[in-house]
Write a protein that binds this ligand. Sequence first.
Ligand SMILES: [Zn+2]
Length: 285
Amino acid sequence: MDVDAILKLDLNSEDEILKWCAKYGLLGILPEQASLIRLPARYEVPPGLPDSRTLLRAQVVYVKTHIGWKGVDKTSIGPKSPVLELEPGETAEKYVEPAGLPASLEASVLTTSALFSEEIIERGLAEGLSMYFPDVADDDRLSHDYPMPLSDRFWFEYGESLEHFRSSVTQFRTMLENLKDIWPLDSAPEEALRNLVFGRNQLHTILSPRPALGLGVDGFESKWAFSSLLAMFTLAAHMSLVGGETVRQCKRPRCRRLFMTPVKTKWYCSERCRRSEEMARARRK
Ligand SMILES: [Zn+2]
């Protein structure tokens, strides 16, 4: 995984973005931001009692764990559990829980945060999730049986809008720009130092590699789990930075692209930019 891949991408070209996604995949904005998804409650007949007129409350909850996501389908069983008695002629299908739940019952929710932020926000499912599921009809935005993040069905249904993709990549680049080389820190201007610390905090919010234990043919294998593709690129940036690479902005005025380089004397993102600047300079003489 090379940070350059995310720095070089031309965000103005829809075509390039599509090609990029075909090669690397989607950024994983939702799995990166979300930490808990609780779907609306369902009311179902108790297992093994298909003719029951009493329905039990069940609810699917997805939680982000250290190495992925965990899904639980909780059915409330017990003397204090909420039940629903069907009226004559009513059926269990498509029962929607009425508003104004008792406080002890958990309503549907999406617990999330903005990218590069640690502030936790609670949002409604319809507004928070539906933008990532373009095929869900408007009427189904709340009641849709949303798949668990990172599951096969998730990748089948999940999507990221161009606008969302562009803004996430731009935020990634801004984070990296904040991490420009300003050493020695003792003599760095205060504002540059503030940006550096801010950039580092941003990077920390999204740096999530977790060691995992793989089961290989001959024994255990070392594996790493990431919360998203964006998190993989963040680790790549981290490795480049601690490996001595510097974040630079191309000196050619018409380019100004961000790039990383181990070479302290490199000021242009590419040979092409360097040469066209030299030619422009020669023409000016
Ligand atoms: Zn350039």
